[in-house]
Every structure is written in structure tokens, then in C-alpha cells.
Design a protein around this ligand. Structure first.
Ligand SMILES: [Zn+2]
Length: 391
């Protein structure tokens, strides 16, 4: 009473931030941290999804993500906020990468990491190594395409390919808690939702195995086989993560809108596994819609918060617009840089505190409900979806 609304909102948001700091956070999709010391060029490369060198006049520290690294991670490393990129990198080198990881992962305050081990796994820490830095817990997410590529490398023939894939997946899923599909990268989300016939799968495996010998590339990009391993994952019954939207130059963005896979979502609605839509930029509202109407669909804004940096609040707001609060998951999608864990987690907590703070100040939600929803979003939903024991 008598206090301006914005001050009241600030106050409540501050209180909610402390509540959020105390809640267990499950990062349901992330990768490891890069091994060894990073030079400026490697740091630059990891700070953008582009594999192309910076154009003339370009500097990753002048992109939203670089601005936020300097503003928020700089002070964690003992710098003033907003120092230059060169000063930031100098401080990083001075501390050494282990110490930088220790500081930034501690600041992220993540309790459980679900780690996608299927991309550049030799260059980054294993799930156990990542978790050991802060005494967190980790579990593995198996990348479907990487399993298929490994079988082809091991000389699996076309006739037995699908059976071998199913057996290998079952064995990996004895410990792993879910799988990930990158069909968005290898084809698009506008794939035929039907389960391919066994004869078509054998033919496709034969074609692909022949082509990969001719091209000397192990990359699985055969549409029928991509669908076959996806349906094998549906049968396996564990949650299936899908890369959606924003990604590197391999994707064709308009084919990575999650509504392109509506047919597949309809076809799998009663099959069992949860489907979790990752990243979703710039399709957060589409993902929220799908999560509202399909009972097995969940979504996150992983990678979006750190890559949009100072604009993170827009993504957080959109993620809270439509879907039930039991459908939104927390993830950082951090890859390589410990900065991404710190930024992803801090911006997620800050954004939730801000939006729920506004709702509380306006009397739009009760304190009890707000606390319950925050707990679900930060970890409760992922614990339920992936069947994780409480710690
Ligand atoms: Zn990822």
C-alpha cells in the first residue's frame, strides 16, 4: 500500500529469486564442457552456432550472447561487468579452464544434468566428469543417429540393421534416461509420420550403407532410416527429445517449426513415450500450443536464454503464455562453455522471478501456486517425465 507497483514487483521478484535459488534444478538437456584450455578462436567458435568465421567487423562479444557473458559471467570471474571481450578472455586464461568451470558451474546451481553424449563427445567432458565438478548428479541421453552411425561403422549389414539398432538401443537404455532425435538437422520436422515397412527399412539401410562408403561420410541422412530409428525409439518407451528450431547452418529453419511434426505427435499420442521439444526458437508459442493440446508433449527454451542475452525475458514470457505449468522444462543446452550453464540457469531463474513477480503483484496468482509452479518448471516436471529419483 502506497508503494509504487514497479517497486513492489521488484521486491517480490527479488524474494522469488531466493526461493528459486533454493529449488533443485534439473537441466534436462545439455552437453559437456570443452576439455583443456580454450584459445580465443575456440572460444569464439563455441560462442556462436555458426561454423563460419566472423565476417569483417564481426565480434562474438558484440552479439547478445557476448554482451551477456561480459555483463553476468565477468563479475563471477572477478571482473567489472561489461569489460571488453579481450579482457574477459585474458581473465579466463589467467584462471585456467578448470577454475573457470568450477566457478561458473557452481554459479549455475544445477543439481542434475541430463547429458546428450552424441555430439563431439571426444572434445567434451563425460556426464560423470561434468557432474563431479560441483557434486551434482548426471544421467545420459542417447542420440539415436549416433547409435545408427556407430553400428554402420562396426560393419552391421542392411538385413540385420534395424534389429541390431533395437538391441543396441535397449542396452544403452538400461542406464540412459531418454533419447534424442536430430531429424530436424538431417531431414526436417516435416517428415512422413508413418512407421516405415520392414522391407523399405532394409532397402533404405542398403542404400545408405552403400552411399556412405561412396561418400566416405558416416552421417545418417536417409529419410526412411531416420524414421525407422525414431519409431524404434517410440517402441523403447523412454522420453524422446527433438531438436526444434534454432541451430547451426545445417538446419533449414522453416522446416524446423515443431507444428511441421503435428502428424507424428498425433500418431504417437497414445504410444507411451513423452516427447520433449528442445530450444524452439523462434517457435516458442508453437511449442507451447503443442504442449497444451497433446498430453505427451513437453518443451523448453534451452539455448534461447543465453543466445538472446539481454532479450531473454521475451522468451521466458512466451514460454509461460499457454501451456500448463506441468509441461515446461528447464534446460540450458550448454555445449562446451561453462558460461552457458551459468547464463542459462541464471536467466531462467531471473525470468521466472520477474514474470511470476508481476503476476503476484497484480494478484493474478497466489503465492502457493507460484511456488508450486516454479518447483515444477525448475525440476519437478523433468523428474516426473524422466523417472528420476529424488536426490
Ligand atoms: Zn543440445
Amino acid at each position: 500500500v502506497g508503494q509504487p507497483v514497479s517497486d513492489r514487483t521488484e521486491g517480490i521478484a527479488g524474494e522469488l529469486e531466493s526461493v528459486l535459488d533454493g529449488l533443485p534444478a534439473i537441466d534436462h538437456h545439455c552437453h559437456g564442457v570443452a576439455r583443456g584450455e580454450l584459445g580465443a578462436a575456440e572460444f569464439d567458435d563455441l560462442l556462436t552456432e555458426s561454423e563460419q568465421p566472423q565476417p569483417p567487423g564481426g565480434n562474438v562479444f558484440d552479439a547478445p550472447v557476448g554482451v551477456s557473458v561480459r555483463a553476468l559471467c565477468g563479475p563471477l570471474l572477478g571482473l567489472e561487468p561489461h569489460v571488453s571481450g579481450a579482457d574477459y578472455l585474458e581473465r579466463r586464461a589467467e584462471l585456467g579452464s578448470s577454475e573457470v568451470s568450477r566457478i561458473l558451474l557452481a554459479a549455475a546451481g544445477i543439481d542434475t544434468y541430463l547429458v546428450d553424449t552424441g555430439f563431439r563427445s571426444a572434445d567434451i567432458t563425460t556426464p560423470a566428469e561434468l557432474a563431479a565438478v560441483t557434486g551434482a548428479r548426471s544421467a545420459e541421453i542417447v542420440r539415436l543417429e549416433a547409435v545408427a552411425e556407430g553400428l554402420a561403422d562396426a560393419g552391421t549389414g542392411a538385413a540385420e540393421f534395424l534389429g541390431a539398432f533395437e538391441a543396441e538401443l535397449a542396452s544403452r537404455l538400461e542406464r540412459a534416461v531418454g533419447v534424442k532425435s536430430i531429424i530436424a538437422y538431417r531431414y526436417g520436422l516435416d517428415f512422413d509420420p508413418a512407421r516405415p515397412e520392414p522391407a523399405a527399412v532394409r532397402r533404405a539401410a542398403g542404400d545408405w550403407l552403400r552411399q556412405r562408403q561412396e561418400k566416405g561420410s558416416s552421417r545418417l541422412d536417409h529419410e526412411v532410416l531416420l524414421r525407422a530409428i525414431l519409431w524404434a525409439a517410440v517402441d523403447a518407451g523412454k522420453p524422446i527429445q527433438f531438436h526444434v528450431g534454432y541451430g547451426d547452418t545445417d538446419i533449414t529453419m522453416h522446416r524446423c517449426d515443431p507444428t511441421q511434426m503435428t502428424g507424428f505427435l498425433r500418431a504417437t499420442m497414445h504410444s507411451g513415450p513423452a516427447i520433449t521439444l528442445l530450444h524452439n526458437y523462434p517457435f516458442i508459442r508453437e511449442a507451447g500450443y503443442l504442449a497444451q493440446v497433446y498430453p505427451h508433449v513437453y518443451f523448453d527454451t534451452g539455448a534461447v536464454l543465453h543466445f538472446t542475452g539481454p532479450s531473454y525475458l521475451t522468451a521466458v514470457r512466451e514460454s509461460l503464455e499457454l501451456a500448463p505449468f506441468s509441461k515446461l522444462l528447464f534446460s540450458t543446452d550448454a555445449f562446451g562453455l561453462p558460461e552457458f550453464y551459468a547464463l542459462g540457469a541464471q536467466l531462467q531463474r531471473r525470468g521466472l522471478a520477474r514474470v511470476f513477480g508481476e503476476w503476484l503483484a497484480a494478484g493474478a496468482i497466489s503465492g502457493t501456486d507460484a511456488r508450486r509452479y516454479l518447483e515444477l518448471i525448475m525440476g519437478g516436471n523433468s523428474a516426473r517425465v524422466y523417472g528420476l529419483e529424488p536426490r
